[in-house]
Write a protein that binds this ligand. Structure first.
Ligand code: GCU
Length: 444
């Protein structure tokens, strides 16, 4: 009997592997993909067959799109770790004149991809800044964000850790590529935590460099730790996929806080926010994890919220192209994505399909009038071309004839906001984010 079971189990395993490799082979090489000038229909399978029900969407097309984006563009997100451990480093219950509690968590995780029976801790530690409102009676909805300059740049509290690894030169207080105490609180006007707390929301943030410093060194982040020989496959994850995985680990840590009754959070109302390259990450993170109930990628542009195709024949000079982004930032996407440098029309999807994966969850794109590089007009087209999937759920999404209105959030579950000014995140943006979140989360 034992040997029969063994034989049977072996067959099942063999069959499983066959099915797995068969599904991997269903994705044609670049040269066999047909060019499509318009944004591809999210409801048409790669095979050409049309999806007509929520069930077909959820069981067939949505998983196919999740795989397609990982195969051709971002690389495969690392598997969820087997072990996650979150330790509270400090608690300040008197933050913002007693209106909020500030804590920092140190989150360790096991290295993804290591065999089930032998997980080992990754050398990366995620520091999560968590700020919760004190006078809220019901569990607080939470914004989960990824920051550019380190948690210490968000608030001036001296207990907050300063990142020890590489940090962008443009961040205040950075010397020799490393952050210093001079950067404490320097990004307070970007994050507007006082406003978020006043509206009864919690705020969590992590520095992208805790997962993967944004350098073209492929060895200094999580992907390099998973493949120490640095022999990457065409669909191994780029930095954006690893950062998106970081958002998911923050939610793991928040779940632990709630389970331990250490923070009163409503985890059914987690909104992810990120600016620019971090916004590209936000949208991918939301598409890959339904625990993100609402997504706000802001001024994210090419590789995020803007189309990879040129819809109106824009030249590289006006809006960022696939070739330009892959050349300037070779570590953001998977290697396979470079095949599309000169022919993005062959992509079997466009960013409208990434938004569609999030349906029926609300998504807001935020933009700035002077940030043409991020292609605000193209972004509105992307939202409109995601709407058919929202319609499948009986949601309005955004109307096909919607026009941008400066200083105003337009649309329903698919929102679009544009304000005057440049590429940045500011208080006016947060007012719009909060308005959008309140519309979809309240009353709670
Ligand atoms: C560059 C890049 C954009 C990116 C932006 C940012 O401008 O070309 O793709 O969004 O940096 O992250 O600020």
């Amino acid at each position: 009997m034992k040997s029969f079971l063994h034989y049977f189990a072996g067959m099942a395993l063999g069959l499983g592997l066959l099915i797995q490799s068969a599904s991997a082979q269903t994705f044609p090489p670049f040269a066999e993909l047909k060019p499509q000038n318009a944004l591809p229909d999210p409801l048409t399978m790669l095979s050409g067959s049309k999806v007509e029900t929520v069930r077909e969407w959820e069981t067939k097309r949505r998983p196919e799109l999740q795989q397609l984006f990982q195969h051709y563009m971002y690389g495969k997100l690392p598997a969820a770790p087997q072990m996650v451990d979150a330790k509270t480093l400090f608690t300040n219950a008197k933050f913002l004149d007693g209106k909020a509690t500030l804590r920092e968590l140190s989150v360790r995780f096991s290295l993804p991809g290591v065999k089930a029976n032998a997980p080992s801790w990754s050398k990366h530690t995620l520091h999560v800044l968590l700020i919760t409102p004190n006078d809220r009676l019901t569990p607080a909805p939470a914004f989960v964000t990824m920051n550019f300059c380190g948690n210490h740049s968000i608030v001036a509290d001296e207990q907050v850790k300063i990142p020890e690894n590489w940090v962008y030169k443009s961040c205040k207080g950075v010397e020799n590529d490393h952050a210093t105490a001079a950067g404490r609180g320097s990004q307070a006007d970007v994050w507007n935590v006082d406003l978020i707390i006043a509206k009864g929301y919690a705020f969590a943030s992590f520095y992208s460099g805790d997962i993967d410093p944004d350098t073209a060194d492929f060895g200094d982040g999580l992907a390099g730790e998973m493949k120490p020989d640095l022999q990457f496959a065409p669909d191994d994850p780029g930095a954006i996929a690893c950062w998106a995985w970081g958002y998911h680990r923050v939610i793991d840590a928040l779940e632990k806080q709630v389970a331990a009754k250490a923070a009163n959070l409503n985890l059914k109302q987690v909104a992810a926010v990120g600016h620019s390259r971090n916004g590209k990450t936000t949208l991918l993170a939301a598409a890959m994890d339904p625990r993100i109930a609402l997504a706000i990628p802001t001024q994210a542009g090419c590789g995020g919220t803007a189309p990879s195709r040129f819809l109106r024949g824009e030249s590289d000079k006006q809006v960022e192209s696939v070739k330009r982004i892959n050349t300037s930032f070779p570590h953001w996407f998977c290697d396979e994505f470079t095949s599309f440098n000169d022919d993005p029309m062959r992509l079997p999807f466009d960013q409208n399909c990434l938004v569609a994966i999030c349906a029926p969850r609300p998504v807001l794109f935020a933009n700035a009038v002077e940030d043409g590089w991020a292609n605000p007009d193209g972004q509105l087209e992307v939202l409109k071309a995601a709407a058919p999937v929202y319609a499948l759920y009986g949601k309005r999404g955004i109307d096909a004839n919607a026009k941008p209105e400066v200083d105003k959030v337009i649309g329903q579950e698919l929102g679009y906001f544009i304000r005057p000014g440049k590429h940045s995140m500011n208080r006016q943006d947060w007012e719009a984010f909060l308005q959008f979140a309140e519309k979809h989360f309240a009353p709670n």
